[in-house]
Design a binder for this molecule. Structure first.
Ligand code: AMP
Ligand code: MG
Length: 350
């Protein structure tokens, strides 16, 4: 037995020679995620649990944080089991330092500090948006993409400029995913079995009819709240089918984000387009972005849902990039930052 254990351990070290393993904790909003990845970019585990508020209600940060506090120990154990790792084999603890909802971020930081102290391993606080970009670059095999990040909490066009990930355009009010979610909720669509965005997508697929709705692009920025109000009002008038309203909402909102991404692509002279965030699961959005990228002789990549939706893997991976390039953090400096812009991060690994 002792002999077998010794061999296993020895083989493990042989395989992992020079490689480091990072665990990433992400709970900046309604999702709680734990991911494990190696410095070679091999994903060993990607566990997640989503806080579901009572039907018809939005996410209250305090309640979501309570869910995350309950879930972290379970997800960490599950991730280690999936990765076939002992806790001591983790080399680095990465967590989302911001941006996000205060109580949710604090739960994330507490879990990460605890792990770091128990395992006696370094801790790295990661910027959430930077992590979305980096996991996209890794898995999409992209070097320098224009990134459209569209989720329940964010709608931004991000790209590298002067060694920072800068936000070139963003929503001035509600995020795109939220617009789809609230419209669906107002129309009492059933999102108990799939995300509301997917429910809207399924209805939209059943109609080719298009009703004109407010298309609001201001310079490089976007606004969805007027679109949401108008779509809801028109839908409630009963003049058009729900299929037509979902189709019209999608066509309008997706054309808006595609226009801003296209402008960034042309202006910055880049040739890669990446879409991430929960809304990246939408086939129609990916089709529009793909067409736009083709017109600019650019490559398009849409991240698959497990790594597009908030996840621990993207945090674990970005932690490795930071740590391997010399970034060190003291535990005293791990206070969370609800407002944490990607351009504040010096990209020492690029
Ligand atoms: P995230 O905030 O990244 O976790 O993503 C959640 C958001 O993605 C929610 O607003 C969902 O409604 C939206 N979403 C999920 N699947 C789809 C889909 N197929 N089409 C559009 N939006 C979606
Ligand atoms: Mg996110």
């Amino acid at each position: 037995m002792i002999h077998t254990l010794f061999i296993l351990h020895w083989e493990g070290n042989m395989i992992m020679n020079g490689t480091i393993i990072s665990i990433g904790l992400e709970s900046s909003a309604d999702k709680c995620g734990v991911g494990i990845i190696t410095s070679e970019g091999e994903i060993l585990a990607n566990e997640r649990s989503t806080y579901k508020p009572p039907i018809g209600e939005g996410v209250i940060p305090r309640d979501a944080a309570e869910h995350h506090g309950d879930q972290f120990p379970k997800l960490i154990a599950k991730a280690l089991q999936k990765a076939k790792l002992e806790p001591s084999e983790i080399d680095l603890v990465s967590f989302t330092q911001g941006s996000g909802m205060g109580p949710c971020l604090r739960m994330d930081a507490i879990a990460a500090r605890t792990l770091s102290v128990i395992l006696d391993k370094p801790i790295v606080g990661v910027n959430h948006q930077v992590a979305h970009v980096e996991i996209g670059r890794l898995l999409g095999e992209m070097d320098d993409p224009v990134v459209l990040y569209v989720s329940g909490g964010n709608s931004q066009v991000i790209a590298l400029s002067e060694n920072r990930y800068r936000v070139f355009g963003e929503t001035l009010d509600i995020p795109l995913g939220n617009c789809l979610d609230v419209f669906g909720r107002e129309m009492m669509l059933d999102a108990s079995k799939a995300p509301m965005g997917k429910v809207v997508e399924d209805y939209a697929r059943l109609s080719d009819e298009y009703v004109e709705l407010p298309y609001v692009v201001k310079g490089m920025d976007l606004s969805f709240s007027g679109l949401l109000t108008a779509t809801t009002r028109t839908a409630k008038s009963g003049k058009y089918s729900i299929e037509t309203m979902c189709n019209s909402l999608q066509e309008t909102a997706f054309a808006m984000v595609t226009e801003v991404a296209e402008r960034a692509l042309a202006h910055l002279g880049k040739d890669e387009v990446l879409v991430t965030g929960g809304v990246a699961a939408n086939s129609r959005l990916k089709e529009m972005l793909n067409d736009m990228a083709s017109e600019h002789s650019s490559r398009f990549f849409g991240l698959p849902a497990p790594t597009a939706i908030d996840n621990g893997v993207m945090i674990a991976w970005t932690g490795i990039l930071m740590h391997q390039n010399g970034y060190r953090q003291r535990i005293e400096d791990t206070a969370v930052r609800q407002q944490f812009r990607p351009e504040e991060v010096e990209l020492i690994w690029r």
